[in-house]
Design a protein around this ligand. Structure first.
Ligand SMILES: [Zn+2]
Length: 160
């Protein structure tokens, strides 16, 4: 008979350790352009002077050329789905219940993409190359981030 009551439970192979991290982000010049614009409901990208790639959210330098981006470019809130996945696993503390679609959205005129949710379409109707448009939160809720956009929805007729 063991004197340690925990020995009979077997080895510990997993533990949960929830963490809460608070951190401060110091935005550079290019990020500030994007953040101030989206706070006002506008989408600003930044263009590379070498290859003319447009990045949104803005990058301080071009991933292809390595040079500093320079010009702010206003983009529309419409684009296409470059990649997507259907999320089936619940994310702790996330109010969105699976299954839901997360996609890489490439806005018209941009050369990169960012992650966002897809809505107003059945998950099994989402397709690569589908044209989508942002569905914004009410202006009173706008802050400094892409979550001012609630999700992207298909443009008319593309999901039938
Ligand atoms: Zn470039």
């Amino acid at each position: 008979m063991s004197s340690n009551p925990n020995e009979s439970a077997g080895p510990v192979t997993m533990m949960q350790a929830p963490l809460y991290l608070q951190y401060r982000f110091t935005a550079g010049t290019s990020s500030l352009s994007f953040l101030h614009a989206i706070k006002r409901g506008r989408l600003i990208g930044r263009r590379c002077p070498g290859c003319e790639s447009v990045y949104i959210p803005c990058r301080g330098s071009c991933a292809r050329c390595g040079v500093a981006t320079c010009d702010n470019i206003e983009l529309t809130d419409e684009g296409v789905i470059d990649k997507f996945t259907v999320v089936h696993i619940p994310i702790p503390n996330n109010p969105i219940k699976p299954p839901f679609v997360v996609a890489h959205i490439r806005l018209n005129g941009a050369d990169n993409a960012f992650h966002h949710l897809i809505g107003e379409v059945d998950n099994d109707k989402v397709k690569l190359g589908m044209k989508v448009k942002a569905v914004w939160r009410p202006e009173s809720e706008w802050d400094y981030g892409l979550d001012n956009i609630r999700y992207f929805k298909p443009l008319g007729g593309e999901h039938d």
